[in-house]
Design a protein. Sequence first.
Length: 211
Amino acid sequence: MRKFLNRLLVISSSIHMMCPLCIIARRYPQSAFAKAVCAWGKICPCCNLYFAARKRGLIETEAGTKGLLPPVYFLTYLVAAIGFHCVFPIRTIIPSPYNYLGIIGIGFGVILNIWADRLFKRKRTTVKPFEASTFLIQEGPFYLSRHPMYLGMVAIFVGIAVILGSITPFFVAIAFAVAMDSVFIPAEEKSLEQSFGTAFLDYKKRVRRWI
C-alpha cells in the first residue's frame, strides 16, 4: 500500500512538472515571475504534491522524474488544448474550410518523427532523452534541426490548433514548445556534449536547435 501511495504521489505531482509557468519559474529562479509563482505554489495543490514527493526522495531533480518522457507531455498538453478549446475558445481565428490546412502541419510532424525514429533504430542508439547516446546522428532531419522529433511534435500541435480554429490551442502549443526547450533539450545537449565532445560542439555550431 505504501508503494502504491508513493507512486500515486509521484504521478499526481507530475502535473506540476508539466506546468509551463512552473517550468519557466524553475529556469529563471531569481526572477520576479518565479517569486510570484512560488507564492502561488504555497496554496497550489499540484505544487504541494510535487514538494511532498521531493521531500520523500521520490523525485530526484528539479527537472522532475525520469519516468516522464516527451510523449507523456505531448498527450497531456494535447488534452489540455482540446479541453481549453471546448471550454475557453476565446475567439475563432481560422474558419472552415481553411482550418483543414492544419492537416499539412500534422503530416509534416508525423513524417519528421517517423524519419528521426528510424534513424535512431538504424544507428542503434537510444531515443530516450535521459539515456546516453552511442552515436551522434547528423544526417536526414538532423541536418536541419538538432531536435527534429520535438520540432515534429510542435508541428503536429500547430496543425491540430489550426484544425480546431480557435486561438486557445495556439497558446498551449507555445507552452508545449517551452516545456520541451526547458525540460528535455538542455539535459539532452549536456549529455551529448559529454559523450561526443568537440564533435557535438561543431555540430551545434552548424545546426540550429529548432530550425
